[in-house]
Design a protein around this ligand. Structure first.
Ligand SMILES: [Cu+2]
Length: 219
């Protein structure tokens, strides 16, 4: 009881100062202006590093992500596109937040037949459709790394990484990556590539600054 009454007093004193003195008004303006700045810097840091694949020079197609962040995240309102062009899926690896709709477009003059045997993605088969049309699928299950195939062309293959939160990134060809504006907390950071064993590391993101974490993924 004492604590709550004294905090009320403090609030009242502050209120009277800000409304009665010009110094108080100035102080209030300074506080108001600096709060968003402080909030951004006080709670967010970054993670960066490099991923090396044990027997390849390019690390393209690797996703680095935080496995779980204690919050809920809305998927984007608009669908994300995976195209079929020149007998390939583009992009070859697509990372999304759970709940995202993926629109599979066809830019080729031939018919493709998109399907996945991955159960976590619902083992769907979208059938065939002509150039210019599309079919969509909602990926609801997080931590699902779904292989995307074409029934007509066995050489066509892609991956969709369905993640729990938006703190992920595709690595650059040289393996470098950076995830910015991560809330300061302890996390399990993971590196994923369809043909390598997962990399994982515990990281402590601090209130400011950037944590460095490197991975070498083995076959
Ligand atoms: Cu095809």
């Amino acid at each position: 009881m004492e604590i709550s009454s004294s905090s009320t007093e403090v609030t009242e004193i502050l209120a009277s100062h800000t409304t009665t003195s010009s110094n108080g008004i100035l102080a209030a303006i300074i506080i108001a202006l600096s709060v968003p700045f402080l909030t951004q810097n006080a709670f967010a840091g970054g993670i960066k590093g490099k991923v090396r694949l044990s027997d390849r020079s390019s690390s393209a197609g690797t996703v680095v992500y935080i496995e779980h962040v204690d919050s809920t995240f809305k998927p984007p309102a608009d669908p994300v596109v995976m195209d079929q062009k020149d007998m390939k899926f583009i992009p070859h690896v697509l990372a999304i937040v759970a709940g995202t709709t993926v629109k599979f477009t066809n830019s080729d003059n031939v018919l493709h037949n998109v399907f996945t045997p991955s159960q976590c993605a619902g083992s769907f088969d979208l059938g065939t459709w002509p150039k210019g049309e599309s079919r969509s699928h909602v990926f609801t299950e997080p931590d699902c790394f779904s292989i995307i195939l074409c029934n007509v062309h066995p050489q066509m293959q892609a991956w969709i990484a369905v993640l729990q939160n938006p703190y992920y990134t595709m690595v650059n060809k040289d393996g470098s990556f950076e995830i910015r504006n991560v809330p300061a907390r302890h996390y399990l950071l993971k590196a994923w590539h369809g043909f390598y064993q997962d990399g994982s590391a515990e990281v402590d993101v601090t209130e400011s600054g950037t944590v460095v974490e490197n991975f070498t993924l083995q076959r």
